[in-house]
Design a protein around this ligand. Structure first.
Ligand code: PGA
Length: 249
């Protein structure tokens, strides 16, 4: 059986009252699977996540951070602060950060370096927008995002990153990539990491309208190691079904 990584990205959703039963249920779900379970919560709930999940099998973390240690950066959160809450994970370079908040490949590179230096596991997101796919540029865009995002990192550091291919046209749209499209790009990603950084066996997830109804066919593709799950992680029953996906190695 393939060990899958199934990580929820709550984005700007949920509240304190929702999270109490959610964390209790997720703890239970994680006990009953051999897959790796994680969730990235809004940062104001990290304290609650620490309290609720610290002694469980659920990995948890944030959805963003800034690369500086401290100072006059109103609204930002540092890696040290995430470590104060015993975070395991931090999503970096999500397309919503790139497109709505104009984060560049260079910004994301600084964040990835900082997260690694502080012992956090970055979930580095990348992926093309609709026009880039339609214009035949998906592979060159992904290559640029990855090469810039990983600039200056060595093999060992890159091996500590969880990658997430998230085609922007598939995020929150209900329209996932086909299993073959996801497989093709993730296989390309692994080749790129091997050829440029001598990496083997990197963990690369798929994200973009992954749900209970398509999890099995997408996650059974050979290069895909799991999923980063937005909308479908908000309902614990659906997230549970995805987490319980069993596919052959
Ligand atoms: P989605 O989001 O599952 O709602 O498409 C995935 C993501 O943005 O990580």
């Amino acid at each position: 059986m393939k060990k899958l990584y199934l990580i929820g990205n709550m984005k700007m959703n949920m509240n304190y009252a929702d999270l109490e039963p959610y964390f209790a249920n997720l703890t239970q779900v994680a006990e009953n699977t051999s897959n790796v379970v994680g969730v990235c919560v809004p940062s104001v709930y990290l304290d609650f996540a620490k309290y609720s999940l610290e002694n469980s099998k659920v990995l948890f973390g944030a959805q963003n951070m800034y690369h500086e240690d401290k100072g006059a950066y109103t609204g930002e959160i540092s890696a040290h602060m995430l470590n104060d809450f015993s975070c395991d994970l931090v999503i970096l370079g999500h397309s919503e950060r790139r497109n709505i908040f104009h984060e560049s490949d260079e910004d994301i590179n600084l964040k990835v370096k900082k997260a690694l230096a502080e012992g956090l596991t970055p979930i580095l997101c990348f992926g093309e927008v609709k026009e880039e796919r339609e214009g035949g540029m998906a592979f060159s865009v992904v290559e640029r995002q990855l090469m810039n995002g990983l600039n200056g990192l060595d093999t060992d550091e890159i091996n500590r990153i969880i990658f997430a291919y998230e085609p922007v046209w598939a995020i929150g749209t209900g329209l996932s990539a086909t299993p073959d499209q996801a497989e093709e790009m993730i296989a390309f990603t692994k080749r790129l990491l091997h050829e440029n950084f001598e990496c083997h066996d990197n963990i690369v997830l798929y994200g973009g309208s992954l749900k209970a109804s398509n999890a099995n066919e997408i996650l059974s593709k050979p290069s895909i190691d799991g999923g980063l799950i937005g909308g479908a992680c908000l309902k614990i029953d659906e997230f549970e079904q995805i987490i319980n996906t069993k596919v052959d190695e």
